[in-house]
Structures are given as structure tokens and as C-alpha cells.
Design a protein around this ligand. Structure first.
Ligand SMILES: Cc1cc2nc3c(=O)[nH]c(=O)nc-3n(C[C@H](O)[C@H](O)[C@H](O)COP(=O)(O)OP(=O)(O)OC[C@H]3O[C@@H](n4cnc5c(N)ncnc54)[C@H](O)[C@@H]3O)c2cc1C
Length: 496
């Protein structure tokens, strides 16, 4: 399935002129244009959508990247920035007559300052590599997406990535101090600074999470924090998802901010256990993983308080990790849950919506009802403390109609998230996957404001076009479709 493109296809001579201009500014090994070379870039983690790009540029440094952007600006070539391609919303999926700019060759840790507790890194540095480099100083980079072994800091900035420990330590936006990026005009712009706050408008916060649509990141300064001396994790079992979901709200309501608070339903625990042998209770309808970190005394006290709250909320068994190896084992199941889905289903579609914590139980019940409506199974494994759901809809792309049903199921989950006061994305971004759901979430005036921000940075709409922000026409079409089912408000506003 190709993403919609609006420009007419280029003629062969136009493509050749673009490739020649790119060859003039890049070493030969930094430009791929043969299909066998560009094939690995045809999709990101949302593999149901694929598109070969015209070419892939792999600049080795900022100067080459600026030159590539200038060529693209001049010749009106759309660009898709790409880190590791682990994104799950199609953000790095290419555009047919566009180029992909991969940051794979810009993967150096430029400086690490243990006194200031910061690291300056190029965009292609892997998330985990930052913590590995900081470890000898007793420091680490807190945001830890489950994909951290592969995903890059450039991609994390573009998606405002989260992870298990973001409940206590904040998302990417809270842990990045400065971003250096190149605009579509080829101008270098620095956002944020070395201090906790920077003067002027907070454009850093606008940029983080902008999904490659406002500029290409060339360097990031991240905050490092001391590694807590002790961490322990509780695994709590529940005999129904409602009490498991309610326990999440109860922990936070008790004034505790765990270092991580994750939930897995029975389908997820059973899917992952034979794969990782994490020691999960596979008879429980839901399990919660609750982590505490800090000084020994703090951790003991918090684990005690959390255990009490969990028992009161209906937990029927609790296991506490007794050593670091066991703690890592408990987390390894959670972190490998997505790949484990491949063991029980040929394909899966990972959704990402966020809801108020107190509505977790009700939304899980709603999703269980939808399994019957759409005739597909769904495994739930998610950042419960943040209310960030990750329903994994299991389907077989080779079975006629199943992918369409999976898409409809996904759309219905996101609509439910919005209906209970939540949002259509938590951390995976909108990309191409949730572009229609943006029309569900936002009013016409809000979408128009987003388009205005995009225009201010990229008036020619060349950076990752047709992603993340729908056009008003697209929302009108979506509104009409939904209104036929008697569901939707957007159509009224667009047609008014
Ligand atoms: C198994 C698995 C588990 C995951 N778990 C999590 C999780 O716990 N939390 C979470 O937040 N995400 C998670 N993800 C999603 C994904 O890993 C994150 O969105 C990650 O931030 C993407 O990084 P990347 O380097 O792979 O970026 P890509 O997928 O290559 O790109 C993502 C977006 O960033 C843009 N981009 C990339 N580099 C740049 C740059 N230098 N400048 C400007 N824009 C750029 C792209 O255009 C695209 O829009 C998971 C994915 C998988 C496959």
C-alpha cells in the first residue's frame, strides 16, 4: 500500500538531473539509487506500508547534509529523514519521487561531560549507546524506548520517544537540552541551550515530536542522570483486567511515582513467556510490573507501600525481584513483547493511544468487545503509569480482508481513546498511520494552526510531506465517511 502522493510522477530525465545534482555534493558511497540498495529503506516498523524512494543519501557530516538539503530545496525534491527505521507509524516511509536522508553515518558521541552531566551526540547515535558511554561515570540517559538497542536519538527527538522509565524521569522532551538542526533552506539552527531554560519562545518543545517535518537534526545535547544505586521491581498478578487497570490509578493516587509501571494482559504474558522465560504468571488475567529505584531504604519502603496498595486493589500474588539479574529478567519480557507477537501471529499492528489512568480498565474492556466486532485478537502490553496503551492487533496479511479489519479496529481504538479524554498517540507519532485520526482529535482551527507552524519552518512542504498533519480536505473527506455512520462532528465544521 502506497502512501498518497500529490505531485505527478517525475519524468526519467528529471530524476536523472536530481541524482546528478546529489552526486555532485556527496561521495559515491553516500548515495544509493539502485533498487537493490534502496529496498531496505522502503518502510519503517510499520511494514504494511511500503514505498521505494528515488534515492537514499547517507551524509557523513553536517556540511554534506546541508548541501543535500540545498539541492532538494532548489529542485523541489521531497525529503524523508531517517534514523534506524524502527518507527511504528510510517514516519520514515519514503515518498516515491523523493529521497531519504539517513543519519546512519552520523553516529559519533561528540562529547560527554560528567560534571555538567550532559552528552553531545550526532543524530545517528543509538539510544542505548548513550547510556553505555555514560555508565563508567555512574550516569545514564533516562528515556528508554523498548527499541533502545537500535533506535537513534534523532528518531527519538523527532518522535518525542518514551519508555518504561519515562513515568518518573520524563519523556525525550524533558531530557533534551539543545537540538542543532538544518532547515530546508540549509540554514543551521540551534534550539534550547546549555541551561535549563533558554530565552525566547520555546521552539525546542515545538521541534521535539515534530516527526521530521520541520528540520533535520544534526546534533543533540542530552541530560544524563546518576544511576540509582538500587532498583527492584514488583510483579503483581490480577485475576481480571479491571482490577489490574484500577490498580494502576490506585498506585499513583497513593502518591507514589514508580520508576516504571507497566501492564501486560494474559495474551501478552503467554505470548512472551515461552520466548524470554521472564518468569511471568501466565495464569493471571493481567500482570503489573512496578519498579522502585533510589537508595536502599527508599526502595524497601516504596516496595512495601506499593505492595500494600496493589493487594488492596485486588492483586492475588506479588513477586519482588531479589537481585539485579531477576529484575532484568522481569523487564526482558516486557521489552521483548512486540517481537514475541510474531510467535503467535503472522502479523501485528501496534496501536499507540493515551488515556487518563483512571479510564484504563474501562478502555481495556472496550477493546475486548472490539475483538469480537472485528474478529481479531488483541494483546495489550503498555506503559500503564502514563496511560499509554499499546494494543497489538494480531492479523494475517495473507488472509483476505484481515488487514482492512485490523486498520478499522485500530481506528476504533483511537476513537475510544479520544472519547474518554485521551489522545491518538503517546509516543509512536502520527506518521501516515494515524493521519485520519488527527481529524478525530482536533478541530479545524487546530489543524489549521499546525499547518501554519509547518509553513513557518518549511513553506515549500518538502520535509516529510503528507505525514502527521492532515490537510483540511482530507479531514473533510474523513468527516463525511464517519458522519455516514452517524459518528462524527468534523464534517459540520469543515463544510460550515
Ligand atoms: C520493538 C519496538 C519497540 C518500541 N518501543 C518504543 C517505546 O517503548 N517507546 C517509544 O517511544 N517508541 C518505541 N518504538 C518506536 C520507535 O522505536 C521510536 O519511535 C523511535 O524514536 C524511532 O527512532 P528511529 O531512529 O528508528 O527513527 P525512524 O523510525 O528512522 O524515524 C522516526 C521519525 O523520525 C524522523 N527522523 C529520524 N531521524 C531524524 C533526524 N535526524 N532529523 C529529523 N527527523 C528525523 C523520521 O522522519 C520519522 O518521522 C518501538 C519500536 C519497536 C520496533
Amino acid at each position: 500500500m502506497n502512501a498518497p502522493t500529490e505531485a505527478p510522477p517525475l519524468q526519467q530525465h528529471q530524476r536523472e538531473a536530481i541524482l546528478a545534482a546529489l552526486r555532485a555534493v556527496l561521495p559515491a558511497e553516500c548515495l544509493l539509487s539502485e533498487q537493490e540498495d534502496t529496498r531496505p529503506y522502503e518502510c519503517d516498523g510499520l511494514t504494511a506500508y511500503r514505498q521505494l524512494p528515488m534515492a537514499v543519501a547517507l551524509p557523513q557530516n553536517e556540511e554534506q547534509l546541508i548541501a543535500v538539503l540545498k539541492v532538494c530545496r532548489q529542485l523541489q525534491v521531497p525529503i524523508v529523514p531517517r534514523g534506524a527505521g524502527t518507527g511504528l507509524s510510517g514516519g520514515a516511509m519514503p515518498i516515491a519521487d523523493g529521497i531519504v536522508i539517513s543519519t546512519a553515518k552520523m553516529s559519533r558521541i561528540v562529547a560527554l561531560d560528567p560534571l555538567a552531566r550532559t552528552a553531545r551526540v550526532q543524530p545517528g547515535v543509538r539510544n542505548l549507546a548513550i547510556s553505555e558511554a555514560a555508565a563508567p561515570h555512574g550516569l545514564y540517559y533516562a528515556p528508554d524506548p523498548s527499541s533502545q538497542i537500535a533506535c537513534t536519538i534523532g528518531g527519538n527527538v523527532a518522535e518525542n520517544a518514551g519508555g518504561v522509565h519515562c513515568l518518573k524521569y520524563g519523556l525525550t522532551v524533558h531530557n533534551v537540552m539543545r537540538v542543532r538542526m538544518v532547515s530546508i533552506e540549509g540554514e543551521v539552527i540551534e534550539l534550547g541551550g546549555a541551561a535549563l531554560d533558554a530565552p525566547g519562545l520555546d521552539l525546542l518543545a515545538v521541534f521535539i515530536g515534530s516527526e521530521g517535518m520541520l528540520g533535520v537534526v544534526t546534533e543533540v545535547t542530552v541530560r544524563l542522570i546518576p544511576k540509582p544505586p538500587v532498583a527492584k521491581v514488583i510483579m503483581a498478578s490480577f485475576d481480571n483486567v479491571v482490577s489490574g487497570g484500577d490498580a494502576v490509578a490506585a498506585v499513583i493516587a497513593a502518591g507514589i511515582i514508580p520508576a516504571g509501571l507497566e501492564m501486560m494482559d494474559k495474551t501478552s504474558a503467554r505470548m512472551v513467556e515461552p520466548f524470554v522465560r521472564a518468569g511471568y504468571d501466565i495464569d493471571a488475567e493481567a500482570i503489573l510490573l512496578c519498579e522502585s529505584d533510589g537508595l536502599q531504604e527508599e526502595v524497601e519502603e516504596e516496595i512495601g507501600r506499593m505492595s500494600e496498595v496493589l493487594f488492596r486493589a485486588g492483586a492475588n500474588a506479588i513477586a519482588v525481584s531479589q537481585n539485579e539479574a531477576e529484575r532484568m529478567r522481569f523487564w526482558s519480557g516486557r521489552k521483548n513483547a512486540f517481537p514475541a507477537a510474531g510467535r503467535i501471529s503472522p502479523d501485528y499492528y501496534c496501536m499507540d493511544g493515551t488515556i487518563p489512568r483512571k479510564r484504563v480498565a474501562e478502555v481495556l474492556v472496550g477493546i475486548a468487545e472490539m475483538e469480537k466486532t472485528y474478529g481479531l485478537r488483541c494483546a495489550n502490553v503498555f506503559h500503564a503509569g502514563d496511560g499509554n496503551l499499546h494494543p497489538l492487533i494480531l492479523f494475517d496479511a495473507n488472509a483476505p480482508g484481515e488487514f482492512n479489519r485490523a486498520e478499522q479496529f485500530g481506528e476504533a481504538i483511537l476513537a475510544l481513546c479520544v472519547a474518554v479524554g485521551g489522545t491518538i498517540t503517546g509516543e509512536h507519532g502520527v506518521g501516515i498511520e494515524k493521519i485520519d485520526s488527527m481529524c478525530e482529535q482536533f478541530e479545524v482551527s487546530e489543524i489549521a494552526a499546525f499547518i501554519g507552524v509547518k509553513r513557518a519552518f518549511d513553506g515549500a512542504f518538502l520535509l516529510n510531506p503528507n505525514k502527521a498533519i492532515p490537510t483540511l480536505d482530507r479531514c473533510a473527506a474523513y468527516g463525511k465517511r464517519q458522519a455516514r455512520g452517524g459518528l462524527f462532528k468534523f464534517v459540520k465544521q469543515v463544510n460550515a
